[in-house]
Design a protein around this ligand. Structure first.
Ligand code: ZN
Length: 340
């Protein structure tokens, strides 16, 4: 199966987060037929990470995730592009990595593994489980794939998810003095969130806040007794200064419920590759036992998660070359270190 056929075959299998069983079986079967040793690592009853290798202790691994955001959009193509869900995030990347690995193999490089995770788009549950795999300790470099326009990402922001909840007192809305509006309290807090300059970092850039969800109240004629807002903050610093800033701006008017966070990560820079910092987060913070991380992939994050997701066929081909060159320079590097 060539690069584009493999991309489309993967895209034809729906794999929304939580529903990755079929794509895992497909990759298991496909990689076995190419002669790889393949393990399915159970994450839940119907979700498995795919772990494939050629020798017993590969030092360089290529990895990305198998799940996608909704909705499923089946693949279409023209001469230049492949369109549909997963084109660049991240099924085109899986296809480019497998094609690169096969090319390396033909050139006698067998010191490589492939790691494909579930649930990256939700809570990186698959990566957390993969982090406990015994082969992680033998891995020296983990080349993760996400759409970076084929640039080498040397930094990625973290993500901090939290809810702000307010409570008040319900009352007949004709007698507002009898009640206490949770929504008005929440709006005051959110106004302060919008006007707060959060700590930032010179290397990773600005800390940005998305007030993403808003919920509250019971009926038009009732003073609302409760309200909540969901925030996703792109972290460029440790989590604590941002949490402390939120607590101090809330000043007892509501409660901060921290849901989860991942820290910003610095990744390995390699000479000869275009470099940049990306604003999104990846599985990498949860794969910290898998050696030093690198991040590169074809396609643009700006079309990922949209109905217009696509990848340029030419970019898929370039990604194959880049993955081959990266693995070669990393294995050469390891060789040199080994000689010291
Ligand atoms: Zn992705």
């Amino acid at each position: 199966m060539n690069l584009f056929e493999l991309t489309k075959s993967l895209m034809n299998i729906p794999s929304l987060s939580g529903d990755e069983e079929a794509i895992g079986f497909f990759l298991w079967d496909h990689l076995q037929s190419l002669g790889w040793t393949v393990e399915l690592q159970a994450v839940s009853g119907n979700q498995n990470n795919v772990i494939a290798y050629l020798n017993d202790t590969p030092r360089v691994w290529l990895s990305t995730h198998m799940d996608t955001v909704p909705p499923f959009i089946s693949p279409t193509e023209d001469d230049e592009k492949i369109y549909g869900r997963g084109a660049c995030d991240a099924k085109g990347i899986i296809a480019a990595q497998i094609t690169a690995a096969e090319e390396l193999r033909r050139k006698g490089v067998e010191d490589i593994g492939l790691l494909y995770t579930v649930e990256e788009e939700r809570a990186s549950t698959g990566a957390r489980v993969a982090n406990e795999h015994p082969l992680a300790a033998k891995c020296e470099y983990l080349i993760n794939g996400e759409p970076t326009d084929n640039d080498l990402a040397i930094g990625s922001k973290g993500a901090f998810r939290a809810m702000i909840r307010t409570t008040g007192k319900a009352a007949h809305s004709a007698y507002p003095e009898q009640g206490d509006s949770a929504i008005e309290k929440l709006l005051d807090i959110l106004e302060d969130v919008r006007h707060t300059k959060f700590p930032h970092d010179e290397f990773f850039g600005e800390t940005t806040v998305n007030i993403a969800t808003l919920d509250g109240g019971v009926a038009l004629n009732v003073i609302p007794p409760n309200a909540e807002a969901g925030l996703l903050i792109r972290l460029t610093t440790p989590m604590e200064p941002i949490r402390d800033a939120l607590v101090s701006l809330i000043r007892g008017r509501g409660e901060l419920d921290m849901l989860s966070y991942s820290l910003p990560v610095r990744m390995l820079a390699v000479e000869g590759f275009e470099q940049k910092v990306v604003r999104f987060t990846t599985d990498i913070p949860h794969l910290d036992k898998w050696g030093r991380p690198l991040l590169l992939g074809p396609g643009s994050i700006l079309v990922a998660h949209t109905k217009d997701e696509f990848v340029l066929k030419r970019d898929l081909e370039i990604a194959v070359e880049l993955y081959v060159n990266l693995v070669k320079s990393l294995t050469a590097e390891t060789q040199r270190h080994g000689d010291l």
